[in-house]
Structure formats: C-alpha cells, structure tokens
Design a protein around this ligand. Structure first.
Ligand SMILES: [Zn+2]
Length: 338
C-alpha cells in the first residue's frame, strides 16, 4: 500500500507527509472490527473527536486510562464503546498520597464503577515521582497489587522498561534507574505469584527492540499477553525487523493485542495527532508500506544529534494478514476481556 494523498494537507509533527488521514483510512484492506486496548481518553470533549477518528479507522471498542472523576460523563456519552482501566490521579503527581493512600482509595472506587482492568505503571522515570512506589517489588507496590487482586481485578496492565533509546540517553544512572533487563525480574516473580491474572505487557512488553526476549517471557508465563501501543516507539523498532514481527504475531496469535496509547485531552484536541497513531500502527501491522513514518520521532535526534529534530522513522509494514491479523485487531482482546 502506498499513501494516495501525499502532500495534500498542511504539514505538522503528526503529519510530515501531508496525508489526508480521513481519505487514507478508507484504503486499508482489513474491514473488520478493532479493539484498542490502550488509550488515555481524558474528557468528553476530547472523546468527541477521538471517537470520530476511531470510527474512520474501524475501532469499535476502546479501553482507556481515564481519571476516576471523568469516567461517568464519558460513559454517559459513549456507553459500551469504552471501558476503563484503573489508574492513579497523575494530575496530582506531586501531592503526598497520590501513589499510596489515594491510589488504594481510587482502586476501590474504580471497582465500584465496574472497572475490571488495573494498570501498574513501572517506567523507570516513575522513580522521579516517588522513590519506591513504582518499583514492581516495593512494599507499596506489592500492597496495591494484593488489594487489586482482593478487590477482584483479574486483568493487570503493566508498563515495564522504556525504549532502549532512553536507557542510552536519559537513564544513564543505573543506581537510580537500574538496567533495562533488570526491570523485568520482579515482573516475572509477580506473573508466577498471580498466575490466575491476565497480565498485559504494554508497548510489546517494553521490548519491541528484542522480540526474542519477549518470546521468552511469553513462553515462561502463559498468563502474559502484550499490546502494540506507543506508535513512535513501535514504528521505529518493529520496522527494523518487520518480518520477525509478522512471524511473532503469527506464532503468538491471541497474545498480541492492538493498542495505540493515544492521549486525548482538552489540551491536545487535534485530528492529525489522534489519526496519525491509527494510520501509522495499522500501516505497520497490516501493510507492506516501505517509506517514512509521518510522525516526528524526537528519539532519533536525541540518539544522533546530527539528525534534524523533525526526523521521522523508517516505517516498514509487516504485512500481517488472515487469522493472525484478526487476532491482533480483535480476537486477542476479545478473549482477554471475555
Ligand atoms: Zn499509555
């Protein structure tokens, strides 16, 4: 597939190719339903534009990390099209209790509202927000995981690690941030300890750079599945081994869930921003496109300062089709959500 609308729209950081995403959305081969298992839909106003774009790209159900206080209004407007993942109140990240007492309180409140999925975010940069709450093996974290289990949550989403590019640049103090591989050791213990919970490893389990490592995680832990979210990261890394990514999705059909990590807030209501994530990820997954990504990827110039700040990654489509594609887009998430 080649885009048919190159240079037809104004250029911006989410659209360096000038694509008409509305027209491009009609050009994909797959016409079935899609579940997006990983979004951050913040408000009703942002949801309005988000769902217009979800419709264009065939997304029939959206799973979102949304602030507790906003989920009633979004549910009222969109009903079953959206389901929520329990998260702490990141807007109050600097207030004491946000990741301890207030988080435990919120876990209960989300559950009372019917929420079945909970996110345990453990990116190394969390350690800048709270000294120990984001370590997967800290007492604070273990208490919250235990409470989640006791409250009846049986789908835990995690974010472990971060891009290799960040460990090469931002996380240079291993005493503070640890090594990338070390992030996964406490996760492996938890996968065994809570083996009747389905764990979703966000962002291709945090390691799109090394699918052999991710395969080992899947092989050791039958209760572990992945999502494809974080468009820039996945496009940059999976394009480097697109054939391996296709074989990986075929081999692990039912355990790779489509997700984007679209963040839709009052501060960023922007058609190209949301649409570019669907265009780029669908192009990566189901087409044989070989060209530039339309999305500016700041990691490229961060790692190689000789590159232009507006550089975009090479995007090579994996060309996944048939049952494997249906599983990524729908079947895997349907199985997990039940
Ligand atoms: Zn996310």
């Amino acid at each position: 597939m080649t885009p048919t609308t190159l240079n037809q729209k104004p250029i911006n950081d989410a659209n360096r190719l000038g694509l008409d995403y509305r027209a491009e959305a009609k050009g994909f081969g797959y016409g079935g339903p899609i579940i997006d298992i990983h979004t951050h839909i913040g408000t009703v106003d942002a949801a309005r534009l988000y769902f217009e774009i979800a419709d264009l790209f065939g997304v029939t159900k959206t799973v979102s990390m949304t602030k507790l206080e906003n989920i009633d209004a979004i549910t009222e407007a969109y009903g079953d099209r959206i389901e929520f993942i329990a998260v702490p109140n990141y807007e109050a990240a600097r207030e004491p209790g946000t990741f301890t007492t207030d988080w435990l309180y919120r876990m209960e409140k989300f559950r009372e509202k019917g929420c079945r999925i909970i996110k345990f975010w453990a990116a190394p940069r969390g350690r800048d927000l709270h000294a120990e709450a984001f370590h997967m093996d800290s007492p604070t974290r273990k208490e919250s995981i235990k409470l989640a289990y006791d409250l009846g949550y049986r789908i835990f989403m995690t974010h472990i690690g971060d891009p290799d590019t960040w460990f090469a640049t931002k996380y240079t103090d291993p005493k503070k941030y640890g090594t990338k591989r070390g992030q996964f050791e406490p996760l492996e213990d938890l996968l065994d300890e809570y083996d009747d919970v389905t764990w979703i490893g966000a962002h291709m389990g945090g390691s799109p750079e090394d699918l052999d490592f991710v395969q080992g995680m899947l092989d050791r832990h039958p209760n572990y599945v992945l999502d494809t979210s974080a468009a820039k990261w996945q496009v940059r890394e999976l394009s480097k081994h697109a054939d391996q990514f296709r074989a990986f999705c075929e081999r692990n059909a039912g355990r790779v869930l489509f997700g984007t990590d679209i963040v839709a807030n009052d501060g960023n209501i922007d058609f190209d921003l949301y649409a570019s994530r669907y265009w780029a990820l669908r192009t990566l997954i189901e087409t044989k496109y070989d060209g530039l990504s339309p999305i500016v990827d700041p990691d490229l110039s961060m790692v190689d300062p000789s590159l232009d700040e507006k550089s975009t990654a090479e995007l090579r489509g994996a060309g996944i089709g048939g049952e494997a594609l249906k599983a990524v887009y729908y079947g895997a998430a349907e199985r997990v959500l039940g």
